[in-house]
Design a protein around this ligand. Structure first.
Ligand SMILES: *Cc1c(COP(=O)(O)O)cnc(C)c1O
Length: 379
């Protein structure tokens, strides 16, 4: 096959073109209404997503980072309270903890599935631990059953970071199932364009089954206001735009199909790499499905930098999510004891050996064969 042109990690254009008439009409409708802020499409999308997820409340906000911040504010945590989070994730998960004057406590992750280690979580609990933020990294849920059990035992709130796993399903050992983000105290997601459910700009949302928390979140996101111009607490301004909500309503109808397309692409990659001893394909856990926000390989004895450069020459993008564990980030120096690096062996190892290949809803089998053949020929 000739080199495909313009190969990308995500193909937002291709996805848009398939739903263009619907999306364009929805955007035009908002413009015609000129209800750019708090138009009826926002509430409508919130209700549709709540139904899809099987959760009582969905509250839109400006982005996923704000969702996490709003969640921690709504829980009423006090400066110095400890919040446990994985060391191997996108910075946003932990940034808001520090921003609010809370103490981020970073713990190691599992080598196999990249999510927070339950043992490390248990060992990190102190009398002032008030919350844990499990991240459903790359599209697969963390071990929520164990996490929720431990959290309940210690009175710790569970804030799920669902930014990479909107629509993923968790399976409890009693046979019940639940959507990612609806199991903990509050779920927080992002509608950044490249996420599994993405809009055409920034957007985010919180999920909860708790009426009081839902009201608190809505108030904080709206300048601490319940009744207009009566401000009960210090809040922020964080809203989901009407245009984004209108687009999201359309994309939500396709979310299951989108996630299925990603799963099928992942299965094809798996089969193409099956014979190769130098590549470990993403492991699937038995407590969650995997909706492949990323398809992330672990490389065994491979010079990753060299491989990435050679792939680039063939027009193949490959990304490292994430190259530096959070405990090694300069911004987190004040929160990490100097000798604790030894407590993150898995996170450190993963930062050195992971490699994510293009995965999205428009990937063709032909392109996947091209990518896999090139990867294999370069090892
Ligand atoms: C994308 C992402 C966020 C933040 O979302 P934004 O909408 O970009 O603010 C938070 N956590 C994780 C794990 C993410 O991938």
């Amino acid at each position: 096959m000739s080199i495909p042109t313009n190969l990308q990690m995500v193909d937002l254009k291709g996805q848009y073109l398939k739903i263009k008439p619907e999306v364009d009409a929805a955007i035009q409708e908002v413009i015609d209404q000129t209800a750019f802020i708090k138009g009826k499409q926002v509430g409508q999308f919130e209700r549709e997503l709540a139904t899809f997820l099987g959760v009582k409340h969905v509250i839109g906000c400006a982005n996923g980072t704000d969702a996490l911040q709003l969640a921690l504010m709504a829980l009423g945590l006090k400066p110095g309270d400890e919040v446990i989070a994985p060391d191997f994730t996108f910075i946003a998960t932990v940034e808001v903890v520090a921003l609010l004057g809370l103490k981020p406590v970073l713990v190691d992750v599992n080598l196999d599935d990249f999510t927070i280690s339950v043992d490390a979580f248990r060992k990190a609990i102190t009398p002032i631990t008030k919350a844990i933020i499990p991240v459903h990294l790359f599209g697969q849920c963390a071990n929520m059953e164990a996490i929720i059990d431990i959290a309940n035992e210690h009175g710790i709130a569970v804030v799920e970071d669902v930014a990479q796993a909107t629509g993923a399903t968790y399976y409890f050992s009693n046979g019940e199932s639940a959507k990612a983000g609806t199991m903990g105290t509050i779920g927080c997601t992002s509608f950044f364009p490249s996420k599994n459910l993405g809009c055409f700009g920034d957007g985010g949302a919180l999920f909860t089954n708790d009426d009081r928390l839902a009201e608190e979140i809505r108030s904080i996101a709206n300048h601490g206001m319940r009744i207009r111009y009566h401000h009960d607490s210090i809040g922020v301004n964080s809203r989901l735009d009407t245009i984004q909500a209108a687009i999201l309503s359309i994309k939500l109808k396709h979310l299951d199909a989108y996630n299925l397309a990603r799963q099928e692409a992942a299965m094809l990659y798996d089969s193409l790499f099956r014979e190769c001893k130098k590549i470990i394909v993403p492991q699937r856990v038995n407590w969650s499905n995997h909706i492949f926000h990323q398809y992330t390989l672990r490389l065994v004895d491979i010079e990753r930098k060299h491989l990435i450069e050679k792939l680039k020459e063939k027009g193949i993008p490959a990304m490292v999510y994430y190259p530096i564990p959070l405990h090694k980030q300069k911004a987190f120096e004040p929160y990490v004891d100097s000798d604790t690096a030894k407590e993150y062996p898995n996170s450190i190892m993963l930062s050195e050996i992971v490699l994510s290949l293009p995965i999205h809803t428009e990937l063709t089998q032909e392109v996947q064969h091209y990518i896999a053949e090139n990867v294999l020929s370069l090892l």
